[in-house]
Design a protein around this ligand. Structure first.
Ligand code: DC
Length: 232
């Protein structure tokens, strides 16, 4: 049966990554966290002390040779992000990286590099990718596009709980501020702003449990896969 491409976009903290990962596991597809790639670029720039306020030739040449990929440990559904061969999965999820990632991801030259790699990774289909521009720019031909949303209060509570689970005790106010700030930058930037694709299905997770949101997207996916099969 033909494997489709599933694009999941939406605002920060509405459960895209965890949902996309579970949907990929239930379909036997590959999961790609596009935000992790922008986070890895950001981590590199912060560690190297490189100014990212403007898109300068120095900034672009600093990121040109970066190698970002994912490793999938045996028996684990969770891919780990690698930067130049180092596993940085925890390091890219700190409040410091979260605060800097949207200003970094605004730059067209950085996006071109990351998007080209994402398109290559998803070339054969059988992929669930989540992000901000997946259904609009990375895979505009995706067979299923989902636009996830949830109320800010719910998103902030969920993100705070997730950070606490990793030993990071960030005040709710600060979490909310970061989500709102990123949403603003991500949806107002000049290059590939966060937009709901015209053909995306909206899934509001405000009142859904995690299992319910996964089931909702899996149901949509199974319908698209069946529709593809009967059309071919
Ligand atoms: O999915 P995330 O919250 O980890 O993504 C971190 C940031 O990366 C997000 O605030 C904006 C940027 N991003 C992007 O610009 N385009 C994507 N496809 C994914 C993420």
């Amino acid at each position: 049966m033909k494997e489709i491409t599933i694009a999941i976009d939406g605002y920060a903290g509405c459960g895209k990554s965890s949902t996309a990962q579970a949907v990929a596991a239930c379909l036997g597809y590959i999961y790609i966290d596009s935000g992790a790639m922008y986070r890895a670029v950001t981590l590199y720039l912060l560690r190297a002390g490189i100014d990212y306020a403007e898109e300068t030739p120095a900034l672009l040449s600093a990121v040109a040779g970066l190698e970002i990929d994912f490793v999938r440990p045996e028996g684990s559904a969770r891919p780990l992000t690698r930067l130049n061969g180092e596993i940085v999965e925890e390091a890219i999820r700190t409040p410091e990286v979260s605060a800097a990632v949207s200003p970094v991801a605004r730059h067209g030259g950085i996006r071109r590099k990351v998007v080209a790699q994402q398109q290559e990774m998803g070339r054969r289909g059988g992929v669930v990718m989540d992000g901000r521009d997946i259904g609009t720019v990375v895979f505009p031909e995706a067979e299923l596009k989902v636009f996830m949303q949830a109320d800010m209060a719910v998103r902030a509570e969920r993100r705070r709980a997730e950070l606490l689970g990793r030993g990071i005790d960030e005040p709710l106010e600060a979490v909310m501020h970061n989500l709102a700030e990123r949403d603003h930058i991500d949806s107002t930037r000049a290059v590939s702003p966060l937009r709901q694709a015209a053909d995306a299905v909206v899934v509001d997770t405000t009142h859904l449990s995690f299992d319910q949101q996964v089931e909702e997207v899996c149901k949509l996916a199974r319908r698209r896969i069946a529709a593809q099969a009967s059309a071919s």
